[in-house]
Design a protein around this ligand. Sequence first.
Ligand SMILES: Nc1ncnc2c1ncn2[C@@H]1O[C@H](COP(=O)(O)OP(=O)(O)O)[C@@H](O)[C@H]1O
Ligand SMILES: [Mg+2]
Length: 500
Amino acid sequence: MGRLNLSPKVLDVLDFGTPSAERDISRGLEKCFVESAAYQRVRSGAKTILMGNRGSGKSAIFQVLAKRERAAGSHVIELSPEDYSYELLSSTLESEEAGSWAKQGAYAAAWKYLIYILVMKALARKGMRLTKNGGREIHRYLRDNHSVHAMGTLSLLISYLKRLEAIKIGPVEAGLRTRELDRLYKLEEIHNLLDPLRRVLDGQRVVVLVDELDRGWDSSEDAKAFVSGLFQACVSINALHPNLRVYISLRQELYDDIPSLYEDAQKHRDLLERIHWTEDTLLELIAKRIRYSAHEKGFDIDTLERAGDAACWAAVFPGVPGRSSLDSFRYIVDRTLYRPREIIQYCSEALDLARGRHRRLPVPYAVIERCEFAYSAERAKDIAAEYRFQYPGLFQVFEAFRGRPAALDRDQVEMICLELATGEIPTRGTESWLPHCDPDELIEILWRTGLLSAQTIGGNGFLGSHQAQHLNLDSAQRFRIHPMFHTCLGVVPEKERGAV
Ligand SMILES: Nc1ncnc2c1ncn2[C@@H]1O[C@H](COP(=O)(O)OP(=O)(O)O)[C@@H](O)[C@H]1O
Ligand SMILES: [Mg+2]
């Protein structure tokens, strides 16, 4: 590995990015973007449902995709939380109990209606190229139905739902009800426009991106029907034409929180892309950002490219005293659940601390240790917050591991789990789930949420849920509290990996 020396002036501009891709996109995200195989599959349209945990890079993929599609002349429609409000939906619509609503189907129809209208509007906006190839019908329909009071996105969706609601639970005669519902479900109002739309799409491409569905998530009946209806609509619309692609991103917990969505997703597993990171790709991500910043300060790009990822790291962060420089990277990456936002957060904090005290690169090793506590405490809280609907009070369950040794035998973990379930270790706010958990179930939850990694029979290391999607946890005899939680919970650490 070659050495790379960076002057202290790079320290002034060095920027690992903001915690979210929406803000990163104007700060060079595209140039620092790690183009994974997952991105390629999404870009090609083979995968349209993007799944990943918070901070794993869902928005980054969508942001870069949007930018590149726009550059290639496609129409891009981005829907984000300003366009949906779960609270408004719940307060506007009658509840399922008020009649035989079958909300998911209603939402699916409303979503299809909304997305088709948005797509047609986007196509109509650009220079009226629609007039050829049967675009005239589309134009006429939009002019007659959607021009005067251009409704906001959510209003358009709600208006369609309201039409369904009126028939479903309003005073409508039974025979008429079936006919009317059939018309609404089949989108009769725009059905005859789908052929012309196909013809227009032969020459133009439209990409619809629905991101951040979890923001404002309240786990309500409407929120669930909203998301599972969108999923169905997405699958159906994507069958219309290869030049029309609807993409949605889903956070893992959201998906686990909606049983009907889970079932649908099983049927359409081939469309699902799960985001995964490894140590190597996370190192690549940081190295790209170091190169980008150094280049901004006039460093020759070829020299930077020639220096491998490890050399870029070593130019900024030192090794553990007396050991390889990559050990400091491993130290940090071991304290993550392999999500870019975490490594960016840790590195940025180290850098901020270094800037305040020293003016040299690489930064002193001590800063890496010094920012660990704040990082650890924040991550533990964030993880608990991430699961607040499924496992309220999870942080208190984490607290039961305070002061314990980092590695525990199965018996010890089972005992803690039992004490938690029976209330012998008291917790607050966990009544809805914790008392019903047997030790195996609680172990599974703690493994899934990241607190524990497990060593299975025959396996040599400990694996967390960020490293292995499935693990036979029943056969695990030893567990380890993830180092990310150590300083926050005052866990007694074992020897670091590779330590002599
Ligand atoms: N493939 C990638 N290449 C470069 N940076 C990335 C990549 N994926 C994510 N990031 C960065 O990681 C952080 C978190 O990503 P983000 O897309 O906001 O996560 P999510 O939307 O899944 O919560 C952002 O700063 C983003 O720019
Ligand atoms: Mg996001």
